[in-house]
Design a protein around this ligand. Structure first.
Ligand code: ZN
Length: 176
């Protein structure tokens, strides 16, 4: 698979209020792919489905006091494996991140203020790797031990009918 490197000058991007919108394939994110149900991702790709697509919007902005921000919005439907029944499990992610771009290495006091306000700091860079950023955020957002909401513990039972535990006992009690 081809990769799509995507680099921006993040400070210039924010100053110009630029906007970038696109779709990444999870297949371009090898570290993320390891977390997914790889077979299913392959299948989805071959079928031309949208199952491994990561939609993103990156919006630059500058606030009234001249601080430069990036907002990243990610929307993805991925398929991973349920850790209980090991079958396919869709994961829908809708994520929003705000980053303050530091022109220089900010002093520690400033950084701690920022972090308390749901804004992450990004160092100013002329070659900020957007694909890596998106991949990192999606990986961080993926559930560590995903399981189906419904009780899928008896996942091998296809009929949905649970075995009656007393049925075994009945067989043991022989009528005289
Ligand atoms: Zn399950």
């Amino acid at each position: 698979m081809s990769t799509h490197p995507l680099f921006i000058d993040n400070l210039a991007f924010a100053k110009k209020n630029e906007r970038l919108e696109g779709v990444l394939s999870a297949l371009d994110c090898p570290r993320l792919l390891e977390l997914l149900q790889a077979d299913l991702a392959d299948g989805a790709l071959k079928a031309g489905q949208d199952a491994v697509a990561i939609h993103y919007i990156l919006q630059g902005s500058t606030d009234s006091v001249g601080q430069h921000y990036l907002r990243l919005i990610i929307s993805a439907k991925l398929v991973t494996a349920c850790q209980r029944c090991l079958s396919e499990m869709p994961v829908t992610l809708r994520l929003t991140y705000n980053y303050l771009i530091g022109e220089s290495v900010a002093d520690d006091d400033e950084v701690s203020d920022i972090e308390s306000d749901d804004v992450d700091l990004q160092e100013a860079s002329q070659t900020m790797d957007i694909v890596k950023l998106i991949e990192d955020e999606v990986i961080m957002a993926m559930p560590i031990a995903p399981t189906h909401d419904e009780d899928c513990g008896a996942g091998v039972m296809q009929s949905g009918e649970k075995p009656n535990p007393f049925a075994v006992l009945k067989g043991l009690i022989k009528p005289e």
